[in-house]
Design a protein around this ligand. Sequence first.
Ligand code: PNS
Length: 158
Amino acid sequence: MKAIYGGSFDPVTLGHLDIIERAAALFDEVVVAILGNPNKNCLFTVEERKAHLETVTKHLDNVSVDSFSGLLADYAAKIGATVAIRGLRNAVDFAAEYQMYIINRHLNEGIETVFLAADEEHIALSSTNVKEVAIFGGNIDNMVPSQIKPFIIEKYKK
Ligand code: PNS
């Protein structure tokens, strides 16, 4: 079964990586799909985020990284994915994710959403929080994969 894990990944966090690793153990193939819609104001370009994700998932043979624009449901249909993976940290996530599940299901009946509960170490972790800490020079060691940390620090030097 082919699963898709869509997101902005700006930047990829240890929470994302945990979900990717657990999804890779559950499904034959996992496509990590970066949303490339230009209306999002991102720290990293799609190409940079793709390179980051490829680096941190190198050890996972059944994981590939791609980007998409438009609807996730359409992209899933295009690549033949039947499962959408989403991580859940808390009830606020659930409220938004449940709506997205309903809309995606309406757009593409061939896609099922599978929610993976975030590890307790990651419940306060988000790409937004990483950027907030990094911009003021705080320690992001427990937030992002070690290979990605220098790229984040470099961005805020400029
Ligand atoms: O990084 P995020 O916020 O978890 O990513 C959310 C994402 C990219 C998966 C979601 O916003 C998405 O699928 N966007 C593409 C447009 C779409 O299909 N929206 C769903 C119907 S509301």
